[in-house]
Design a protein around this ligand. Structure first.
Ligand SMILES: Cc1ncc(C[n+]2csc(CCOP(=O)(O)OP(=O)(O)O)c2C)c(N)n1
Length: 320
């Protein structure tokens, strides 16, 4: 892989990490309110997957979406402004953290209903095929979503109709406070693809390069043969389910979280790139400084933006 691409992946993971650390601070200061689910710990999944796509491919996901929209190339300023509920936000301040959208960049949301995005992705795959476009869709969701009926209906139709969709399970091991082993009859989640005779893969979701490889292969299969794939990326979230629950809750121990932090995806890629001399300590420092500036500017932009005017309530609605 080209040096530039490797650095860009590291840079994006760093941006997402620092952006969300800032968002958490802003939440603590009550500048951001409502729902807010951090992606910290899972960055390698979204960044690796999106790096393996073309800019005009689609990505759609759930409410843990800040990292996905940034990785798709959206300017951090309107993303932070959306978290603040401001008029300059990417969804005009009406969506908030869970409902980020950037159609121009191919980021199709930000969905608050668990598994709600899965049939939408299947429909997008159908539209691509119907219009004979050379595109693929990646649909990300948590392991908690695989037990919803729409997941199974979607996989069945995607295989039957040969739709270019990659279903990407971001298995962070907990659906809110429920561990996978208390919710699922099976541990190996990509096994579910077998029911639909679909290609499948399991990948270490803490390693951005491994995620890249597996998604690149699936994208190739989708483009060439219209074959869907189910991928399980094994990852971990370092923070609570959302800003409203503490990091070390009753459902997991402090020791478990600390153990997982030893596999921090940001450190894994940084160490590898330093070892391979793709990065130097000096460039790491420069990138940190650049990202810090971008994140601070995005928070300033959000803070100094106006709230949506009252009349905006009547805009972008189906019924007048
Ligand atoms: C249909 C539906 N049921 C329940 C909820 C409440 N809820 C919000 S997040 C969540 C857990 C989902 O876990 P998972 O899909 O593994 O995603 P993660 O939060 O781990 O990223 C639940 C049950 C919801 N939003 N939608």
């Amino acid at each position: 892989m080209q040096k530039k691409k490797l650095v860009e992946m590291y840079r994006m993971m760093l941006l997402i990490r620092r952006f969300e650390e800032r968002a958490a601070q802003m939440y603590g200061m009550q500048k951001i309110t409502g729902f807010c689910h951090l992606y910290i710990g899972q960055e390698a999944v979204g960044v690796g997957a999106i790096a393996a796509l073309r800019p005009d491919d689609y990505f759609i996901s759930a409410y843990r979406d800040h990292g996905h929209i940034l990785a798709k190339g959206t300017d951090p300023k309107p993303v932070m402004a959306e978290l603040f509920g401001k008029a300059t936000g990417i969804s005009k301040g009406k969506g908030g953290s869970m409902h980020l959208f950037d159609v121009e960049k191919g980021y199709m949301g930000g969905h608050g209903i668990v598994a709600g995005q899965i049939p939408l992705a299947t429909g997008m795959g159908f539209a691509i095929k119907y219009k004979k476009e050379d595109k693929v869709v990646v649909c990300s969701f948590g392991e908690g979503a695989v037990h919803q009926g729409s997941f199974h209906e979607s996989l069945n139709l995607a295989k039957l109709w040969k739709l270019p969709v990659i279903y990407l399970i971001e298995n962070n091991r907990y659906g809110m406070g429920t561990p996978l082993e208390r919710a699922s009859a099976i541990w190996d989640l990509s096994q579910k693809a077998e029911s639909y005779d679909m290609a499948r893969a399991t990948v270490d979701g803490m390693d951005v390069l491994k995620v890249y490889d597996v998604v690149a292969e699936a994208a190739d299969r989708a483009r060439k043969n219209g074959e869907p794939t189910l991928i399980e990326a094994r990852t971990y979230r370092f923070r609570g389910h959302s800003m409203s629950d503490p990091v070390h809750s009753h459902y997991r121990t402090k020791e478990e979280v600390e153990e997982q932090k030893k596999k921090d995806p940001l450190i894994i890629i940084k160490d590898k790139l330093l070892k391979d001399k793709v990065l130097t300590p000096a460039t790491v420092k420069e990138l940190e400084a650049e990202i810090k500036k971008i994140v601070l500017e995005s928070a300033d932009f959000a803070e100094n933006s106006p709230v949506p005017p009252l009349e905006a309530v009547y805009e972008d609605v189906y019924a007048p």
